[in-house]
Design a protein around this ligand. Sequence first.
Ligand code: M6R
Length: 611
Amino acid sequence: MCGIVGYIGSKNAVEVILAGLHRLEYRGYDSAGVAVVRDGNLEWVKSLGKLTALDKKLEEKPLNGPLGIGHTRWATHGVPSETNSHPHFDMQMEIAVVHNGIIENYQELREQLQKEGVTFRSQTDTETIAHLVRKYYKGDLFRAVQRALQDVTGAYAIGVVCKHNPDVLVAARHGSPLIVGLGDQEGFIASDVPAIMKYTRKVLYLDNGQVCEIRRDGYRVEDIQGKPVTLTLQHVDWDDAAAEKEGYPHFMLKEINQQPDVIRNTLRGRVEEGSDQVILRDMNISEEELKAFEKIVIVACGTAWHAGMVGKYLIEKFARTPVELDLASEYRYRDPIVPKNTLMIPVSQSGETADTLEAIRIAKKRGAKVASIVNVVGSSVARESHGVIYQQAGPEIGVASTKAYTSQCTAFALFAIWLAETRGLMSKSQAKELIAYLREIPEKIQWVLDNQEDIVRCAKDPKYLEAESALYLGRSFNFPSALEGALKLKEISYIHAEGYAAGEMKHGPIALVTDKLPVVCIAVQGDTYDKMVSNIQEIRARKGIVLTVATLGDEDIRAHSHDIFYVPPCYEPFSPIVVAVPLQLFAYYVAANRGCDVDQPRNLAKSVTVE
Ligand code: M6R
């Protein structure tokens, strides 16, 4: 997730772009850059690090011009560096491109362009777009962009300028957001409304596959095949504060709502078109190595450790390889045994968690191969690992991890399928079926997001809102869901909550059940459903308050539950990815109703970079 701003008009584009990028910095902040067209020249400045570094460079080397594009980056391909930062250029340095998204066929395009004599400067997928536009450029930038995009698959929002076209700013989108703002003799493009709210409230929302040519005195929109499109101008009346959160009161809620797109992005580029073969190239694991691993160790902390537990269950089920799951803080202090042919998979949203990093160092010293699941590209965990699966979830700002968790579980599902297929334990048709299930998950999450009335109602109900303590129970694949649901509630609402494997209920926690104790029971359809119903009956018999997460259509469960959060039917091993969402929403609304600081809960930091 990156931020894009572009401007055409009579103001200094650099000032407009910088002001806009500062409003978009929450979308990415590992590097930034700006390019302007002035007097037939294309000039640019790029910088590694936060936007303030770019501000400083521009103070030293001022840029000025009435047409330009800018970008704040959240790396997906290629480490954060000045070379990989945007804008990217054609070989002649005449065309500049900024991009947000992931070009799925960039390897193919890159190889093809290289055969045609193109030299690449960066490791990014974006640079292919600049060279493609040049390939098709015959003086009309709009047409060249349209034609170039016909070769591209994946997600993009782009802004393009060319030094030979000083009166044209071209924008296009597919799968990544982009808006066009219109002013008096001026036009804007941006990833998000707040970037241009200072200048205009008149906005066009580009739709997938649409390309827009913006001139000072007007615009035109067509699809990439050249068919004209009519868009309705919208008026935005958000206030400034709500704008960065896209109208949500908290980043956490915004991030919960982003999850359908996040899961799509985690899957993006990882499943070969046509063959439905999983490909995880960046893990840097050869087929021989993959076949030879005798043991897998997953290390992580907090929510990432819960995702690790989902990963363990998936890998063991599909790939029949023993998995040891460890808290990174325990692993590093317990003299772990690392037999030969061990693969370690550290999991970390930030990639900066101190204990996880130390666990990696120990495992590497003892001969393990390390391939991590990480969200932040170029972070320490990614750099210190031999390989990586980048989550492609975009920046997570709320301290309570939400979209990173579901995306980590999705990454594990991909890995488990890949491992199982490579080891000959899963047929192509089985893998295909599982991938189809994964592709359905975003819609299932969307259903939960669109049907949250019961969650909102329960979060206001005093029996939950004023509870002192809560239990969360789940079995098998949804044991980690119980742990994660409890962690979400406790960290943001300060209600004491514990997650338990439901089978452990009778071994202690049942002593806590009274008519004041809410027990959240995850009883979705699957192998352990009947066992969960028995647990629910035991709780009811002791007058506990039962809040059940159940499968849509399960009416029998009503008789046993005080309240129910339904989720759509889901293949059980992947159900934790969907089940997480009502639990996140419940924790969020309870915390918000209790007046807690949802995005920055007391005593917590987003990344724990010290022991
Ligand atoms: O950045 P990481 O994924 O390594 O962070 C791990 C934990 O600190 C993190 O998941 C923490 O538990 C969150 N506050 C949970 O919401």
